[in-house]
Design a protein around this ligand. Structure first.
Ligand code: KG4
Ligand code: ZN
Length: 359
């Protein structure tokens, strides 16, 4: 006979999920459906890059207006591509921060509206707020159709997050357990790419533009400085940026045509070398079983090649489309939080300055 008592029945923890992910922290409006934190059922990204290119960077007001226009069609498209309705998903995971406040709010409010409007026997659809850096980390668990048998990263993991806003070296001891080893003291790696790109007359975003120009350049043409910051896992790119600026000024004053390809290749090599050497050292010291390199800058070919060449344990770098901002990574992180029992209140707010150490 079943016992009855004063306590509500404890629901068994789910081990499986289909999560709708929503991302709008910067200038990409994205939605995706992911199964069990790994299998991508759909992923849709509306990039605003052309709109912001003329400003040489992201114009926050323009970004949030564009998110408003794009968010519902993008969610609809993601569900359509997955052949699912909102009633078929178990939770909505949405980026809560860090990011641009006006952009984050659009994704968060859309997620709340969708969760509230999808009433099921147990109540509204669960809502899970996700840290954007944690989402980048979980991009390493994602698998495209046909990759199902690829292994997951094994703990302990040493992860390098390199994006437009962040450069962090993180030790992951288990799912959802992070320890920040180091971070940038000034510019993020992607920010350095964007600023140097502007300096040498290339477009926005700087990363892809520098990578392209560097194809025809000599990475040893200029011996740009590497900030090793010995004894710490921190990074610094402002000295490198200033060194490029000094070279550019010197050549402009002497009316020398800028050797753009050589400048791009030498700058890219300096960034990649520091990132790779410090990540490999951290992996060794912390006896990592896997190394992750994630975030927009992990799309960089020179960095990807150098990491793979020097790694002493398996390396996970997402396919290019999953390096830059997307919602599949948000849904993947959402799965691991969902099976850990996280359910957020519908009154949660965005956290524009939310460090990974505080998730
Ligand atoms: O992760 P992400 O899409 O957005 C943030 O969370 O910041 O990263 C965007 C950054 C930009 O700074 C962009 O220049 C850089 O990633 N990026 C690259 C490449 N593709 C994008 N940097 C170097 N090489 C690339 N191929
Ligand atoms: Zn990002």
């Amino acid at each position: 006979m079943p016992t009855t008592g004063p306590f509500p029945a404890i629901e068994p923890s789910p081990t499986s999920s289909r999560v709708l992910g929503i991302e709008s922290s910067c200038d990409e409006t994205a939605a995706a459906v992911v199964e069990d934190g790994r299998a991508i059922l759909s992923t849709v990204v509306a990039s605003q890059v052309d709109l912001h290119a003329k400003y040489g960077g992201v114009f926050p007001e323009v970004a949030s207006r564009q998110h408003i226009l794009a968010i519902y069609p993008i969610v609809e498209q993601a569900l359509l591509q997955a052949h699912l309705s909102l009633h078929d998903v178990d939770a909505i995971a949405v980026t809560r921060g860090p990011g641009l406040p006006g952009s984050l709010v659009i994704g968060m409010n859309a997620a709340k509206g969708l969760a509230l409007g999808t009433v099921r026997p147990g109540g509204a659809l669960p809502l899970i707020g996700i840290n954007h850096l944690e989402a980048h980390l979980y991009s390493a668990w994602l698998k495209h159709p046909g990759e199902e048998l690829q292994p997951d990263p094994q703990f302990p993991v040493v992860a390098l997050i390199v994006s437009g806003g962040h450069t962090e070296l993180v030790l992951i001891s288990d799912h959802l357990h992070y320890q920040r080893l180091g971070s940038t003291l000034d510019d993020a790696a992607g920010e350095a790419f964007d600023k140097v790109s502007r300096l040498i007359g290339l477009g926005y975003p700087g990363g892809p533009a520098i990578q392209k120009a560097a194809e025809d350049g000599d990475p040893q043409a200029f011996n740009f400085p590497r900030a090793w910051l010995e004894g710490s896992w921190n990074f610094s790119f402002s000295g490198l940026k200033t060194a490029v600026l000094r070279e550019v000024r010197r050549m402009e004053a002497s009316k020398i045509t800028l050797p753009v390809a050589n400048l791009a290749a030498s700058f890219q090599a300096a960034v990649a070398e520091v990132l790779v050497v410090k990540t490999m050292k951290a992996a060794q010291v912390h006896k990592a079983q896997s190394i992750l390199v994630v975030g927009g800058v992990s799309a960089n070919r020179a960095l990807r090649d150098a990491v793979k060449l020097r790694a002493s344990c398996p390396v996970f770098i997402p396919t290019i489309s999953l390096c830059t901002d997307n919602a599949a990574m948000v849904a993947a992180a959402g799965h691991f939080r969902y099976i850990a029992g996280q359910r957020d209140d519908l009154n949660i707010d965005v956290l524009p300055n939310w460090p990974l150490s505080e998730v």
